[in-house]
Design a protein around this ligand. Sequence first.
Ligand code: ZN
Length: 490
Amino acid sequence: MSAELLINVTPSETRVALVENGVLQEVHMERQGSLGLVGNVYIGKVSRVLPGMQAAFIDIGLEKAAFLHASDILVDEDAPPEVTLERNGSVPDIRELIRDGQFIMVQVVKDPIGTKGARLTTDVTIPSRYLVFMPGASHSGVSQRIEDEDERARLKAMVSNECDEFGGFIVRTAAEGVRDEDIMHDIKFLKKLWTKILKKKKGVRKSCVIYEDLTLAFRVIRDFVGSELERIRIDSKLTFHELVAFTEECVPELSNFLEYYPGERPIFDLFDVENEIQRALQRKVPLKSGGYLIIDQTEALTTIDINTGAFVGHRNLEETIFNTNIEATQAIARQLRLRNLGGIIIIDFIDMRSEEHKHRVTHSLEIALAKDRTKTNVHGFSALGLVEMTRKRTRESLEHVLCSECPSCQGRGALKTVETVCFEILREIVRVNRAYEATQFVVYTSPAVSESLINDEYHNLAELEVFISKQIKVQTEMLYNQEQFDVVMM
Ligand SMILES: [Zn+2]
């Protein structure tokens, strides 16, 4: 298999495409506006200790001084976190912990909002894909959300062995079922990164940032260590140089694969990536055989319905159905990755009578899903003939990143018919007429509804006019959607 990353960088957003054997498989994106300071590590200068508030203002080089509370200060920067816990909840006087003019290492835990400065802690932690590194800690742990005892033991053993004078690790939920070597990559990466931060910290005598949470391009590179990548192309010279420096320092295995892409065609025109992203927002996914998938994402789960295309003869019906289902398994595995769908997924394959066919379809789905770096679990056919599966939720789905709810139907996917709205209007006029003294009514509606009131529903409107002995005028509001209307009395 040949795999390649395409990285598209503009001042407002970064997008990364993973292409395997010439086919787009994954898209990752990050917009500048959504980036905060949380996770960044700074060398800050204590600008003012406020004993009454048990807090201090710290200058970290931002416009507004940041805020550090005594309860967020580790007693001794080199001491493991247990020491802070042993204080039994009684926080020492802030004047015993820090003094004006002192330089300290801090991490942002809350972004600055409005007039409020950033909130800080001295308990620095550095996350990676599967782990969180805790500098100075002498212990390691495993996320409570990993429940399997054997798995917990395996992960705990791995990180405990690696706990040394640098610090300890917490294993994140994402590490469940991940190969030893991939976790080792993370451990090595974090140790290198921490060494780099310490080196930077040494000579510093002014407020400045010494570690910034990795932005998308860097995170993706870090996460792809140990995979079968053959090439990483980047269309920004600046980012290319930054990535070269980053990989040489932290992931040397990948530095030879980096390439600057100066091409005249946009980088996402390669392998038709841009169009593939647009297609990944459609409900319908065509299959080569003429069949197609319908993918529906709801809050609770995703459903995938498989359909044969045009009419198929009776003679080979079973065979055609089986082949379409097999083809669908490949398409489903790809769409789940591409759209980044997580949680419960219900697949409605075309009904098969043969148990052997069912078995082979399930097996084919499992094989296709094996390429997915996100954990999946196939539960086989249920009593109603549906295949239930799960895929771990990681990032937001592509649709949630790129789309917002339809304002006309508020995401229901359906609008009241013109006829339904016409009848609602007629009922509303009757209601208002009973309650108030009006001499005339004006109805404001969307173009489609007013068209119908004047034509198809004219007899109903005329009858109502006679019934209430009042005139009803219809006014078109170009900006109203089909369900919107107003009944105004004159
Ligand atoms: Zn809609």
